[in-house]
Structure formats: C-alpha cells, structure tokens
Design a protein around this ligand. Sequence first.
Ligand code: AMP
Length: 196
Amino acid sequence: MKKLFLIIGAPGSGKTTDASMIAEKNDNIVHYSTGDMLREEVGSGSALGQEIESYISKGALVPLEIIVNTIVSAINNAPVPNVLIDGYPRSEEQMTAFDELVSKEDNIELASVIEVRVSEAVARERILGRAAEAAPGEGRSDDNEDVFNDRMKIYTDPLAEIQKFYADKDLLKVIDGARTLEEVVSDMEAFVLSKI
Ligand code: AMP
C-alpha cells in the first residue's frame, strides 16, 4: 500500500525543494516532481521527450495521458511506502482523472494534498531570480517572464476548484511558503510525519 501526498504550488513556491529535502531526511519517504520527471524524459532525447518539450517550453500543460502515465508509474515503482509528488494535479481534468483512478486502486491511499502558498509577487521574484542566476545554457527553457505569466495563469485558473474539491474531502492542507526554506520544510515534514 502506497500512502500518497500531492503537493501543489505556484511556479516559484518552492514545492520541489521542500519535498526533496523531506525525502532526503526520511528513509521511508520518496519524492518525485512531475516537472523533473518530464524534463528527464526530454533529456533522454526520445520522441516522447520531444513532444513533452514542445509543451514545457511554452509553459503549457502536457496532455493528460502523458502526465497520468508518468505519475502512476512513479507511484507503482516507488521503493518505499510513502510518496510525495509535487506538481499534480494542475487542472480539474487531472484532478478528476486521478480521483477515479485512486478510487479503483486498492494500492494507493491519498493521504493529503498540500498547497504551498506564496503570493504572485514572491513567485515572480523567485523565478526570475532563478533565471538570472542560471549559468548560460543551463537554465530552464520556461524560466522567463513571458512563460512565467502563462504558467502562473495556468496554475491560478483551476486553483479554487482544486482547493474546494480537496477541502470538501478534508484532504487539503495549506502551508505558508513565503517563509524561510527551513521553516517551510519543518512545517511540511511535521505534517507529513503526523499522517504516516
Ligand atoms: P514545474 O517544474 O513543476 O514548474 O513544471 C514545469 C512544466 O512541466 C510545466 O510548466 C508543464 O509544462 C509541465 N508539467 C509539470 N507538471 C505537470 C502536470 N501535472 N500536468 C501537465 N504538465 C505538467
């Protein structure tokens, strides 16, 4: 049985860093980031990777089937029972598809959906700062102002529906992501450990 925590947050919320630090500190927790898994596929140079890059570079969501396959295989192949996945769901369609899947799957229990909340101003400052710090050729294709605006809109548009859906199931946990990394991580870690 896999206990699953989904972590959502705006680009720049710090969700990937937070979750990877928690997994590093705890042997029984593993973390996967949807963005990292997709970028890995892009890096492999496969045909699927090329298709994925055409969405990522525009800040658009990759198609439902690709992202669902990606996370389901990550969960099933996870070597430990507690799994953090950040970056999912990002649309109502993804939320509904996953809800149906989990209701049929005896092997996966959704323990919580954690929202790492930051203001748009904080998100923008962090993303554009990350772009400025990247070595030439090393930065992400989607860390620039135009794509940031699209990514932010794509994140924000379905957010109220996603929050309501999980709040109604008593599964939504909001964490203030505007604090220091240490504070956010310790808060999130304490919450995750209380649920496993
Ligand atoms: P991130 O690293 O979380 O900022 O994600 C980078 C990009 O990967 C996004 O802008 C999307 O193009 C793609 N991506 C990540 N997660 C998802 C998802 N759940 N559904 C569709 N596309 C995604």
